[in-house]
Every structure is written in C-alpha cells, then in structure tokens.
Design a protein around this ligand. Structure first.
Ligand SMILES: NC(=O)c1ccc[n+]([C@@H]2O[C@H](COP(=O)([O-])OP(=O)(O)OC[C@H]3O[C@@H](n4cnc5c(N)ncnc54)[C@H](O)[C@@H]3O)[C@@H](O)[C@H]2O)c1
Ligand SMILES: O=c1ccn([C@@H]2O[C@H](COP(=O)(O)OP(=O)(O)O[C@H]3O[C@H](CO)[C@@H](O)[C@H](O)[C@H]3O)[C@@H](O)[C@H]2O)c(=O)[nH]1
Length: 485
C-alpha cells in the first residue's frame, strides 16, 4: 500500500488529503501537524475549518485510510510520498520584510524529513513558494540526510479556493506537477500523476519543469487578483460617471477572450493568498533586477488598498464626516462567503478605519468566532498567517469597549446609524430590512461592499444606500469626493 504523509493540517493539507483518501481507498494518508488542538479537531465531530462538503468526505474515510496525527516524525519516516503544506507567510522582519515569503516553516519541515527519513522519499511542495524553492529544499535534504537515502522534489501547487474547496478538488480545472527533467525526476512525476489519475482525467494533469510549476502558481494568483483590481478601479470611475459596474462587467465579460468570472467589484480582495503571493512575486522580480515588472504587480495590491480606504472614506463622509460614537453594524467578517477564514479579510481594514474615526462596531458573521474577530483587530499586519498558536493575542481595552460581537443581526442593528456589508453571505440577502430599519437611528445607511443586496428595494424602505460601483444615491452625489488620506 502506498503511504502518503502530509505535513500541515490546514485549509490546504486537510481538504486535499481528505480528497486523495476518499478517491484512493488503496492509499493510506496521514495528515500531521505541530498544532495538537488542530489535530484533535480533525479527529472530532467539529472540524477545525468550515468548508461545504468537507465533513462528509472526512467522515467517510477517517480512521479507514485517512488519519490525523501529531506524531509528525514517525509518520514522515513511514511514508513514500510526503506533501508539505505548511504556512509560507510574508516575512515580518529582516531581509525582504513586508514582501518576501517566510520559509521558516518549510525549512523546518524539510530538516525534519532529512532527519528521520531512512528510505527514499518523494517530497511534494504543496505550499505556495517562491520560484526556485525546490533547489533550496533539495540542498537541505541532500546535505542533512542519511547516506544512501534519495529525495525527489516535486512542485504540485494547489489551486483550490476556499468555500468551494471540495468541488475544486473533486473536479479540478487542472492538476500541475513539476519535476526534475531526469529519469528519477520523471519517475517521481509519474508516481504522483498516478495518484491524481485515479479521478482526474489525464488531459487535465499538466506536467512541467519544477520552475514553471512553482511560478505558475504565483502567476495564476497575480492574474486573478489583477482582474479584481481592474474591475475595482473601474468601480471608482463608475461612481464618478454614473455608469454601473455590474453592467460594465457583464458587457466586458461577454467577450469570450475575457470571460465573465472574477469581475465582481468589491470592497477589495482578501484571503491568505492573493496579497501574500503578489508581494512575493514583486520581491522575486526585484531580486532579478526587474523593477518595472515589480512595480506593475505592486499596483494590483495598491489598488486593493485604495479600494478599502475609499470604502471607509465613503462611510465617514456620508455620515456627516464623522462616525465618532455612532454605532455601525458590520455584517460579515470572513474574507468571502462559505468560509470562516478571516485571513487578510477587507473587513479588518474597514473596521480599523472606522474605529480610527471612533465608531462603535457591532459585528456579526455566521462562521467567525468572537475570539477570532478580536484577535484579528489586534494582530499586527502579516502576523495573521503564522500558525495561530505561535501568535499571542492581546486584545486592547479599546477593542473591548468599541467592538461588540453578536449572533443576532436584528438585535445588533438596534440604535445603529449604519450597516456595512463586508461578506456576501446568502443570509444577508434575505434579512428583514424593514425590521432592521425600524430599529435604527435616522437617516439610516447601508454601505454594501459586496453588492449583495438590492439597493432599490432598500431605498424604498427609506435607507440611504451605497453600493460599490453603482450610480450614487442622491445623498452622496451632493457630497464632495472623499479625500484619500
Ligand atoms: N488557503 C488556501 O486556500 C490555499 C490555497 C492554495 C495554496 N495555499 C498555500 O498552502 C500553504 C498552506 O496554507 P493553509 O491555508 O493550509 O495554511 P494553514 O495555516 O491553514 O495551515 C498550515 C499548517 O501547517 C502547520 N505547520 C507549520 N509548520 C509545521 C511543521 N514544521 N510541521 C508540522 N506542521 C506545521 C501549522 O500548524 C498549520 O496548521 C500556504 O503556502 C498557502 O499559500 C493556500
Ligand atoms: O470577482 C471577484 C472574485 C473574488 N473576489 C474576492 O477575492 C478574494 C479571493 O477570492 P477567491 O479567489 O474566490 O478565494 P481564495 O480562497 O482566496 O482562492 C484564491 O487563492 C487560492 C490560494 O492560493 C488559490 O488556490 C485559488 O485558486 C484562488 O482563487 C475574496 O475576498 C473574494 O471576495 C472579488 O472581490 N471579486
């Protein structure tokens, strides 16, 4: 029986390994992690991450051919193929701080593999890493291993999106495998291809050299994020001119060369990957002397920051240029619907911006805990993507006083001056907005950062509504454009 071990039981390691176990009953899959609470949660009835369809897949093969364990070393030693799916956050200190990928966790995983391996291993980069990482990993493995133990490094980046991970894994657009162009390298590629071929059609399994595979992952995320920044830049122009960004996106996306996906204007993209991976790409370009290329990609992140700031300014300027002491209901905190993940969610920047203007926030998200929200509002930038048990939380008095976290949107709306929609959860579309309006201070505002609700219906109730990139409410048209500071 082929034995697979995956180091890192997170948003990628957990679901990808569960899908391999589910589709390949003849393979034993063990997912290991240094976080004991995370492993305990994977072995419990309440999995550590919320992902539609995940429970069913995990429960159908857990303790049959899918195992979760904190005994990292023994399972590494025992496996034929080792996936590494650990965090690769943005560096917070030292050379490349604020841009380069921090490979600390990857390096420690590689050193552990070298330490405990007594037989040949295929080591698979599942984490998103800078191009050429495989070369560094090879050196660490080869310089620290026992005599006669051989390693083949493969790059097999993951393209799943949160909220749709199970569908993405069951029916991927493509699986990408990069390996050395040597007989041994190609043998390893064939072995991994054999695993995916159990359920993925062969023509969707792409094989390339190592560097193309590593770079394709960064390129895919940069180009996806670029589409969002492009439509978000258009949304600002739509507001200035009276065009409607949804109509523009529809018309543009009908061109088959462009296509309709990833053209939804929003308060900005979030998630653990886009910003981190683009900054990493920027750093790699700079290291290669490609200043113009670096500046081009940096703009994608800058427009995203602009969009979040623009949203905060719109809220403040609409509400008589101050939100000091005003209660604002924040609907949604996750970076997108159908996930409880809050990493780099635009809600953090918007909430901090409003708190900076002394607003009182009441936050509701169906999948995000109070602890998580408080931690996010007090964690330093870029610390959020380190394993959580390594980042101490220090909720400040300010966040305790100024922020309440609630499980009832109607209660939370009582006495509020405004509502900010930060996540497009389906349930926000069907709230009883008349009931909400009745309990609010007047004028009552809705600022929809996701174009999740119908502005005309809310206007009929009496709300003043701002929807990203849509023709402005008469109330806002008369206000001077908010300065961006
Ligand atoms: N989240 C996504 O949707 C997504 C999609 C594609 C690729 N990626 C990439 O996959 C990688 C992992 O992302 P994630 O979202 O799963 O992160 P995550 O934080 O959810 O999980 C990473 C896990 O690795 C563990 N870990 C760290 N060092 C370890 C070590 N030395 N030994 C054992 N366990 C260790 C941590 O405790 C953590 O549980 C990143 O490189 C990310 O960029 C993420
Ligand atoms: O038209 C759109 C599409 C998305 N978003 C936002 O963009 C962010 C990212 O969304 P999405 O890409 O769907 O989720 P992720 O889980 O971050 O997935 C991205 O990042 C992963 C990690 O690298 C990749 O594997 C995926 O292919 C890539 O889509 C979210 O805040 C979305 O709300 C928009 O604002 N407008």
């Amino acid at each position: 029986m082929v034995k697979i071990c995956c180091i890192g039981a997170g948003y990628v390691g957990g679901p990808t390994m569960a899908m391999i176990a589910y589709k390949c009953p003849d393979i034993q899959v063990v997912v290991v992690d240094i976080s004991v609470p995370r492993i305990n949660a994977w072995n419990s009835d309440r999995l550590p991450i919320f992902e539609p369809g995940l429970d069913e897949v995990v429960k159908s093969c857990r303790n049959t051919n899918l195992f979760f364990s904190s005994d990292v070393e023994s399972h590494i030693a025992d496996s034929d193929i080792i996936f590494v799916s650990v965090n690769t956050p943005t560096k917070t200190r030292g050379l490349g701080a604020g841009k380069a990928a921090d490979l600390t966790y990857w390096e420690s995983a590689a050193r552990m593999i070298a330490d405990v391996a007594k037989s040949d291993k295929i080591v698979v980069e599942k984490s998103t890493v800078p191009v050429k990482t495989a070369e560094a990993i090879e050196k660490i493995l080869n310089h620290n291993s026992r005599d006669g133990v051989n390693f083949q490094i493969l790059s097999n980046p993951e393209f799943l999106a949160e909220g749709t991970a199970i569908d993405d894994l069951a029916d991927p657009d493509r699986v990408l495998i990069g390996g050395r162009q040597t007989p041994e390298g190609q043998k390893a590629v064939a072995a991994l291809k054999g695993v995916y071929a159990k359920w993925v059609p062969e023509d969707r399994i792409i094989t390339t050299n190592l560097w193309s595979a590593e770079l394709s992952k960064l390129a895919a995320n940069a180009i996806l994020a670029q589409r969002i920044s492009s439509i978000n830049a258009m949304s600002a122009l739509c507001e200035a001119t009276g065009a409607n960004v949804s109509e523009v996106a529809y018309a543009v996306g009908k061109d088959t060369r462009i296509g309709p996906k990833f053209l939804s204007a929003s308060v900005g993209f979030g998630g653990s990957c886009f910003q981190k991976d683009i900054l990493n790409l920027v750093y790699i370009c700079e290291c290669n002397g490609l200043t113009e290329v670096a500046n081009y990609w940096r703009q994608v992140v800058q427009i995203n920051d602009y969009q979040k700031l623009r949203f905060v300014n719109r809220v403040v300027s609409s509400m008589f240029n101050t939100v000091s002491g005003k209660k604002i209901l924040v609907l949604g905190f996750a970076f997108k619907k159908d996930t409880g993940d809050t990493r780099e969610t635009p809600a953090i920047d918007v909430c901090l911006g409003l708190l900076g203007d002394k607003a009182k926030l009441s936050i509701y998200d169906p999948q995000v805990s109070e602890d998580q929200i408080r931690r996010d509002l007090t964690t330093s930038k870029f610390d959020w993507d380190h394993p959580q048990h390594l980042v101490p939380s220090s909720p400040t008095a300010k966040s305790k006083e100024m922020v309440t976290v609630t499980w009832d949107a109607y209660e939370a709306a009582k006495g509020a001056h405004g509502i900010c929609i930060m996540t497009e959860w389906d349930e926000f579309k069907s709230l009883d907005y008349q009931r909400i309006y009745d309990g609010m201070e007047k004028p009552a505002f809705v600022f929809d950062g996701r174009n999740a609700v119908n502005p005309d219906e809310l206007r009929k109730i009496g709300f003043i509504v701002y929807s990203i990139g849509k023709p402005l409410d008469a109330w806002m048209k008369d206000l001077p454009a908010a300065p961006l500071t």
